[in-house]
Each structure stands twice: as structure tokens, then as C-alpha cells.
Design a protein around this ligand. Structure first.
Ligand code: BG6
Length: 471
């Protein structure tokens, strides 16, 4: 049975990307980031040896890109402000007037085209020089970040509608300290815990600075969250899921939104001697008093967990999966290109968790999307990608967002990852996520079928959906 799903008035329809993934290095002056540094050191780690030097060349093409935002139905868009571009001496020192000109021009262009500006201050792109003094393990870096944030509030405060301190702060900890997919490529939980703690402190201190500017905008954070499902109701599976959830979900969500750390996680880290070495009572006060005012939810896949089947190697490094194993659920629907399970109902469970356990804070889906390899396969004779799978993916997830709103969740919008196909870290251009395709040789942008659908959906503030697909 088809039903017209209508979303609340002024729902945010849009998408997101980040500075390092889209701008290109350009010639405005920019410090080396850890991605550029890592590429120099190990280009073999990047898919097809492609760096972030050019990406979408958005720096020079932003006017055309804003026109494409309009053409694909955006009323809001998130990008990040590059710390390295704002402070080309390595993340500190003099602010770069050319960076201010660029971001002011971009944000003004968006605003004059009816697109609200969502600006994020950190999307994995640490200036390399600051990494040299410890990155997020260093209080000095926290201070430099707060200065950068404060400069952005001053320079762009009149143009930005929503601010975000971090995108997916868990990512650099997982990748940089536990799983080797992000600089500085360490395997060291305790140092990761320190970096996580200082990231959370940096978030709180940036919010503290933001309040001093008395802007009418709001500030929050964007977290990658997955509901955690135990394989079964067996006590051992349930316990394994609880622990995985503490590490991956509550670790950042609780302090950044509620101002407190989950006591069970703290106890566990104390028991295994994995607490960060440097945390002061004044830090905890600052975290308590400066919490997110709005929450972005990045949802791609559920987390399925079971009790460990094998013994851990205690001589090896301490890792969260000492306590659980990932469960491959028979019958799951997969995005094989990215290796992520597709489970649209997870978005509803996630939103209900936020409603029930986090004071129903104002929230939105800040990322959700489907990366597909070799999309040229689906190109028609006029050069357009017929990505019907992406349209289905979007509808399937949005139907559960609609249901979450019906259930009282305080959800204000939906942003897709991503707008124009962009550079995806070590995967470079392997998987394409955009509403608009990008020809890497010519930089030509072409709206995909999903972009046309997105425009219609945004104009109608909803879409028709077969409710039998919901369960
Ligand atoms: C999100 C990030 O986790 O997922 C983006 O915020 C990223 O930066 C996106 O590009 C898709 O993941 P990937 O690894 O396929 O690029």
C-alpha cells in the first residue's frame, strides 16, 4: 500500500562533505594536513594512489557547485572549515585572509541561494605540524583548536546557521590508535583514550568560546552512531553487546551531549589500566558545563555483536574486541562495495535511543548514504548515472526517519553523504556516494537520477512509499 510520507515544515533537505575531501589544495595557502603527510609517506595505502591534492576542486568551482545544490533540492548543506587553510603556518600563527575570503564567498553564495550553512570545524584534517607535537594527545593542540574555532565564530558567525565542533570524533581514535586506517597509525589504546579525552575537552572548550559570541546560531557535534544488537538473548551475547556499545556509542555521546562519562566504561578502563594519564577536575567541569545544543547522527550500518568464541591474547595490545566479536547475521542485506550492512530500521532504533536517553535533543540525520564502485556501469546514453539503488536506499531509510518523527523524535532534517562524488580518504574515488557524478579527468559534474529524485522529494517535502517495506 503506497502512502505519501510528509515531513515537518522546514525540514532540512541536504547533504554533507568536508574540506579535505572536496576543496582541493589550491593556491590560497594551506598548511600540510596529516592526509597530505601520510600520502607522501605511504602513497600505496591510498586507492589507486590518489591524494587529496585536487579532489573536486571546489575551491575554484564553488559557484557552479552552489547552483548544483539548488538543482538537487538542497535547502541546507554541511561542509567543514579547513583549520590548515585558516592557519597556513601549521594550524597556529596568523590567520589567512585568503581563507576568510573563500569561506565568506562560499557561505554568502549559499545563503543568497536559500541554502542554510552548516559548518563543521574538524573533519579528520589535523594540520601535520600539530600532529608532530602530539595531535589530540596534546593540550597545546586543544588550545590551538579552540583559537581556530573562536576565529571562525568571529569571521563567519553572521553567515553560519549551525556549527559543529567535530565530525565523527571516534573515527580518528579508531583509525589512528586501534585499527590502523588513519594517521598516526598507532596501536595503543591508552594513548587513544588520552586523544579521545582531549577531543571531548576541545569540544567543550569550543562550545564555551562559542557562548561568548552570543550568536543566534546553535552549536553541536556530529557522531557516527550505530545501534548495537546482540546476536541473541543469551546472557553472554547481551553482555558482549553492552560492552561494545560502551566503547563505540556511549564513549563520545554521553560526555558530549550529557556532560558525563559512562561510569561502566570508566570502571572497565580502570580495571585494565587504560585510563588516560592527564585529566583534571577543571576539565571535567568544563565538559559538564558545555554540552552540544544540537546533535548530528551519521548512520550507515548496525553493529552486531556476539560473545567471544576464542580466547584473547593477553600478550597482544589491549583492544575493545577483547570483550566481543562482530556477528555476521545470516540473511543480512549488504553494500558489498563498502562492506557495510544495509539495515534501514537501525535508523529508527538510533533515533529512539536519542529521544529516550538523551533528553530528545534537537537532532538530524547528518550522514547516511551508499558508496558504489564502478558506477559508470549505470551511465545511460546521455551520460547520466541511473542510480535507482541509491533512490531506494534513501527512501528506505527516510521511511524510518518519518516513523521516528511520528514517534516523537525531535528530528529536523536529513543530509545525505554526499553531494558531488568526492574523495574518500584511503578509498579515494573507489566508491561513489554523490547525487552528482564527477568526471575525474575533466571535473565535469552531472546530476544523477538520485539528484533529480532528491529535488522532487525536497520540493514535495516527502515522497510516496510502499508501507509494506516497513516492519
Ligand atoms: C563518514 C565520514 O564516516 O563516511 C566521511 O564522515 C566518509 O568523511 C563517509 O567519506 C563514507 O565513508 P568512506 O570511508 O567510504 O569514505
Amino acid at each position: 500500500m503506497d502512502k505519501q510520507l510528509k515531513f515537518p515544515e522546514n525540514f532540512w533537505w541536504g547533504s554533507a562533505w568536508s574540506a579535505e575531501q572536496a576543496e582541493g589544495r589550491g593556491t590560497t595557502g594551506k598548511a600540510e594536513t596529516i592526509w597530505e603527510r601520510w600520502f607522501k609517506e605511504e602513497p600505496n595505502r591510498f586507492y589507486q594512489g590518489i591524494s587529496s591534492a585536487v579532489t573536486d576542486d571546489h575551491l575554484h568551482r564553488f559557484k557552479e557547485d552552489v547552483a548544483l545544490m539548488v538543482a538537487t533540492g538542497h535547502n541546507s548543506f554541511r561542509t567543514s572549515i579547513s583549520w590548515a587553510r585558516m592557519f597556513p603556518d601549521g594550524g597556529t600563527g596568523e590567520v589567512n585572509p585568503q581563507a576568510i575570503v573563500f569561506y565568506r564567498a562560499l557561505f554568502s553564495e549559499m545563503k543568497s541561494n536559500g541554502i542554510q550553512v552548516f559548518a563543521n570545524l574538524y573533519h579528520f584534517d589535523m594540520p601535520a605540524k600539530l600532529q608532530d607535537i602530539g595531535g589530540w594527545e596534546s593540550r597545546e593542540v586543544v588550545a590551538a583548536y579552540v583559537h581556530f574555532a573562536d576565529t571562525c565564530f568571529k569571521e563567519f558567525g553572521d553567515l553560519v546557521e549551525h556549527w559543529f565542533t567535530f565530525n565523527e570524533p571516534l573515527g580518528p581514535i579508531l583509525g589512528g590508535y586501534l585499527e590502523d586506517f588513519h594517521y598516526p597509525n598507532l596501536i595503543d589504546f591508552k594513548r587513544g583514550a588520552q586523544a579521545a579525552f582531549f577531543t571531548i575537552l576541545a569540544h567543550a572548550k569550543a562550545i564555551e568560546a562559542f557562548k561568548r559570541h552570543q550568536l543566534s546560531s546553535k552549536i553541536g557535534v556530529i557522531l557516527n552512531l550505530s545501534p548495537t544488537y546482540p546476536r541473541s538473548k543469551n546472557e553472554a551475547d547481551v553482555k558482549a553487546a553492552e560492552i561494545a556499545d560502551l566503547f563505540y556509542t556511549r564513549s563520545f555521546l554521553d560526555p558530549m551531549v550529557k556532560g558525563v562519562f559512562p561510569s561502566k566504561l570508566v570502571q572497565l578502563l580502570e580495571q585494565y589500566d587504560q585510563m588516560p594519564l592527564d585529566f583534571q577536575p577543571a576539565d571535567l567541569d568544563c565538559i559538564k558545563n558545555n554540552v552540544a545544543q544540537i546533535l548530528g547522527l551519521n548512520y550507515y550500518e548496525p553493529r552486531r555483536v556476539k560473545a567471544r568464541l576464542t580466547a584473547i591474547n593477553e600478550a597482544g595490545p589491549f583492544l575493545p574486541d577483547w570483550f566481543f566479536e562482530h556477528h555476521i547475521m545470516p540473511g543480512r542485506r549488504m553494500n558489498e562495495y563498502r562492506g557495510w550492512e544495509i539495515y534501514p530500521k537501525g535508523i529508527l532504533d538510533l533515533c529512539l535511543d536519542i529521544k529516550n536517553n538523551y533528553g530528545n535533543i534537537e537532532a538530524f540525520i547528518s550522514e547516511n548514504g551508499m558508496g558504489v564502485a564502478d558506477e559508470e556501469r549505470f551511465m545511460n546514453q546521455v551520460g547520466q548515472i541511473e542510480d535507482t539503488y541509491r533512490i531506494d536506499y534513501i527512501k528506505d531509510h527516510l521511511a524510518y526517519v518519518w516513523r521516528a518523527i511520528e514517534a516523537g523524535c525531535n528530528l529536523k532534517g536529513y543530509h545525505l553523504w554526499t553531494f558531488i562524488d568526492c574523495w574518500s580518504w584511503i578509498n579515494a574515488y573507489k566508491n561513489r556516494y554523490g547525487l552528482v557524478s564527477l568526471d575525474l579527468t575533466t571535473q565535469k559534474r552531472t546530476i544523477k537520477q538520485s539528484g533529480i529524485f532528491y529535488k522532487k522529494m525536497s520540493a514535495a517535502n516527502g515522497f510516496e512509499y510502499n508501507m509494506e517495506n516497513l516492519n
